[in-house]
Design a protein around this ligand. Structure first.
Ligand code: SAH
Ligand code: SF4
Ligand code: F3S
Length: 443
């Protein structure tokens, strides 16, 4: 048999939209295609394959895909060998429709089928178009190679749970990511150990409903609290975070862990969406505003310095001025360190999309009012840090020479003049604050 030439490395450009899970998935896809001889590049112009890892959560997010594909047209015309793939939640939602609308696309792969990507890439190289949006019974992560992490960053995401059974009336996630599935605890532990051996100091556990985690363990199912406690025993792993949590799955053992586990960071993203019981009901959130406020009180009883963040939707169908005032009331009662807020965007196939909308100008005005309040709270939370001493995990050099940027326990960006290496954790005294970052000096 003639010896075949070693494969010429091909270049892969991945653009990631949407949530942290997509960031994690993009890394895993790069690793899977890495095993096929693809190396990642930062420049789409020199790529042999462009992969767009998409988000379907709001209309604007989904439209970005088609405008970005339009922009790739001249590149593909110039280099017909260029392969273009669409992954992520738009791929799941629209499937083959993407090929019909955009003939320049070579492959469409849904979030549960990433283990099939290498085979699909090979098909694309042969000139065959493929679409895979199945929800296969097997765990996609079992079929992806162990993580040969290229990045030297000291922080990493680790998906432990995927999908959602909550079916909030506005949300596409249960349709694009499928039913809730938890990865077995031993796989998660193994992946975490591997990351720590590669220098990772902070792991953020990911799931659309991460606090609903119940992965099979050696002695029965592990809850998220149990998983956190076991991870905390790994030497060299210094910080654990998790996101995103649903208020109804915030169990007593998890709240207790926040009071007891030094490595579990005092920052919690706990979306509530609205402060009006009427709207929460229409959203099918299955909790009232007061349940949420009490929950926050219990969390702060366990961990008094807990920094809360949240998500809000304004202009949900049927929202009145009184409903909106209730949301402002809840925000004042909770006092967020930061929060994300969105104008309601009707999504095809979701129950709320059938209901009559709040006029756009009303929703916009409310969004502005709400964002002004959230900005004020964030500013105050940042300013309150000045004079305090916090730990900072340094991640990378800052913009100015001799400066490093890292994150505080509370996930705030902190700039410090130091020659500490990435991955170092230091005590830092905060000397100045801005809305989105802090400055400090080594204590
Ligand atoms: N699983 C998480 C995140 C879901 S998506 C959770 O349950 O909170 C992230 C955020 O996008 C949501 O919290 C919500 O605030 C927002 N969002 C989801 N669907 C939306 C829609 N149709 N219009 C506007 N915002 C939406
Ligand atoms: Fe969407 Fe609700 Fe599930 Fe969050 S809990 S992913 S908002 S359906
Ligand atoms: Fe977007 Fe899918 Fe994440 S819709 S927010 S990429 S789960």
């Amino acid at each position: 048999m003639p010896e075949s030439d070693p494969p010429v490395p091909r270049k892969l450009f991945i653009k990631t939209y949407g949530c942290q899970m997509n960031v994690y998935d993009s890394e895993r896809m790069a690793e899977a295609l890495g095993a096929e001889g693809y190396v990642t590049t930062e420049a789409a112009e020199e790529a042999d394959m462009v992969l767009l890892n998409t988000c379907h959560i709001r209309e604007k997010a989904a439209e970005k895909l088609y405008s970005d594909l339009g922009r790739l047209k001249p590149l593909k015309a110039e280099r017909p060998d260029l392969k273009i793939g669409v992954a992520g939640c738009v791929a799941q939602a629209e499937g083959a429709e993407i090929l019909r609308r955009m003939p320049l696309v070579d492959l469409v792969v849904g979030p549960q089928s990433y283990h099939r990507l290498p085979a699909m890439a090979k098909a694309a190289e042969r000139g065959e178009k493929t679409v895979d949006t199945d929800f296969p019974p097997e765990d996609k992560f079992d079929h992806l190679p162990d993580r040969p992490r290229a990045s030297a960053r000291p922080t990493a995401f680790l998906t432990v749970q995927e999908g959602c059974d909550k079916f909030c009336a506005f949300c596409v996630v249960p349709y694009t990511r499928g039913a809730e599935v938890s990865r077995p605890a031993d796989r998660v532990m193994k992946e975490a150990l591997g990351l720590v051996q590669k220098g990772v100091r902070e792991i953020t556990l990911l799931g659309q409903n991460v606090n609903g985690y119940h992965g099979a363990g050696p002695d029965g199912d592990w809850s998220l609290a149990r998983l956190v406690r076991e991870l905390a025993r790994i030497d060299g792993l210094e910080r654990i975070r998790y996101t995103t949590s649903h208020p109804n799955d915030m169990t007593d053992d998890l709240i207790a862990a926040h009071g007891e586990e030094r490595k579990l960071m005092p920052y919690l993203h706990l979306p509530v969406q609205s402060g009006s019981d009427r709207i929460l009901k229409a959203m099918a959130r299955k909790h009232r505003a007061d349940d949420y406020i009490r929950l926050v009180e219990r969390i702060r009883a366990a961990r008094p310095d807990m920094m809360l963040s949240g998500d809000f939707i304004v202009g949900f169908p049927g929202e009145t001025d009184a409903d909106f005032a209730a949301t402002l009331h809840l925000i004042r009662a909770v006092n967020y360190g930061m929060a994300y807020s969105f104008r309601y965007s009707p999504r095809p196939g979701t129950p709320a999309a059938e209901r009559s909308p709040v006029p756009a100008e009303v929703a916009d005005a409310r969004l502005q009012t709400l964002q002004a309040l959230l900005t004020e709270q964030q500013r105050a939370a940042q300013a309150a840090m000045v004079g305090r001493e916090v730990s900072v995990l340094f991640e990378k050099p800052g913009r100015m020479a001799g400066q490093m940027v890292g994150k505080s326990d509370y996930l705030q960006a902190v700039h410090v003049k130091t020659d500490a290496a990435p991955g170092t954790i230091a005590r830092v005294k905060i000397t100045a604050s801005a809305p989105n970052s802090l400055a400090g000096e080594i204590a």
